[in-house]
Design a protein around this ligand. Sequence first.
Ligand SMILES: *Cc1c(COP(=O)(O)O)cnc(C)c1O
Length: 521
Amino acid sequence: MSMNREGRPTRPEAGEIMPPQTWTGNRALMLEEPLIFEMDERGGTGVDLAPAPQTVNRLGGLERNRPIGLPGLSEPQTVRHYTRLSRQNYAIDLGLFPLGSCTMKHNPRLCEKVARMPGFADIHPLQPTDTVQGALALIRMLGEWLVTLTGMHSVAMSPKAGAHGELCGLLAIRAALEARGDARAVVLVPESAHGTNPATAAFVGYRVESIPATDRGRVDFDALKARLGPDVAAVMITNPNTCGLFEPDMAAISEAVHAAGGLVYCDGANFNAIVGRVRPGDLGIDAMHINLHKTFSTPHGGGGPGSGPVVFSEALTPFAPLPFVERQGDQYVLVEEETAGDHHGSTFGRMTAFHGQMGMFTRAMAYILSHGADGLRQVSGDAVLNANYILRRLEDVLDAPFGKSGPCMHEALFSDKGFAGDLTTLDLAKGLIDEGYHPMTMYFPLVVHGAMLVEPTETESKATLDQFIGAMRSVAERAKAGDQSLKAAPVHAPRRRLDETLAARRPVLVYRQPEQAEAAE
Ligand SMILES: *Cc1c(COP(=O)(O)O)cnc(C)c1O
């Protein structure tokens, strides 16, 4: 029996007999939980409503004639159900979230507080603008910060995610090319790009051609130059790229693309690695989206929506979408109509019904103002420092394909080279779940076999990083030693290995009572 310092027994010695199974299926604080539909108590409810008064039925025979089929549960049953489910999940408030390319940012509570202020949270997009001056001022102010930080000319705030921002940027590029009577057919995208880049270009109607990477993980500039010509509308380049590396040829790439009559789109999802240090406007970029939810905090993924404002060069500004916020005298106005002149004079239209994601704007603005310009610069420095610490502490146990070509940016890339037998990146990731971590991004970027992309957050302490590194080293050593027990991982999670392919291909989205399900078969 081991004891803690007060002499209380902590855990049993090896060899002590553990009970094989509990009667409930629960394992202490790990509680099993059925589906909410399986807990349905017909007629159960959390509220008591007085019967509805007699009203004249105006549905003309369209009224529902059978129960609605929602589970009937009391309030405490419902609260417990969702609380139990939430405890089976991983969260940024539980521990380090090493997902590369996603940038699971530090989410200060201050930003949450500001986002919930009634003047921002409880307003409606159709309210008269003189009643929402504060919100418009915030949108305008955030836009000015984004323009300043990127060294660009203007900004469209309405796109609702990174991919939506890509669409916005390419629609502006297409409008600009069409305006000069020079419709072009091809968009060049590097092999290492995020899947949204080629998808966006194809969605806008372009033919996508890919540009190879060099063995140093950068865009092959010579191959790119060789492919430029009168049919190339644009190149889409991510900088820093998805191998976690800065593209040192960026300014020269822009120059070459412009000389060939094309335009340069930058995927700015990784802006958090360079904010306060590099201005994309100085690198000749024409349009770039910023993932507010990656660079300027806010929970995303399962935790909330995104926001993808797009910054534009002077050349593309007339084609930017509506609406935008302008200051006229002492009033902020929302410009929703095409106006003559260079500012949005040839707009391609609108991206969304309203003005964008207000909740993300308030969080990003609170994040920016609480850090200040010097603080943002430190954020990018700390993000890069943390990633390089992980790179150097793991490169003796994990293959780092570009580790020799210098420091990385905000994320460190590893491969499965050297794993024994049939053990793979997936097995390592599952082993990491048993160690209590959400796995890193895996099998992306596609240019690296069995890729593992690890991005720590700039706010993680050295002690937290060291613990994560310890877990990674242990699982990596098991993979290299051919420890077959990794194939069974995770063994401590509420669920083991699920058939993710089947779940994606044949999702079951409607609950059927067991007897209905049988009848359907
Ligand atoms: C996240 C990401 C995107 C897409 O952004 P969403 O907000 O998820 O639509 C595009 N490119 C890169 C490199 C990204 O990391």
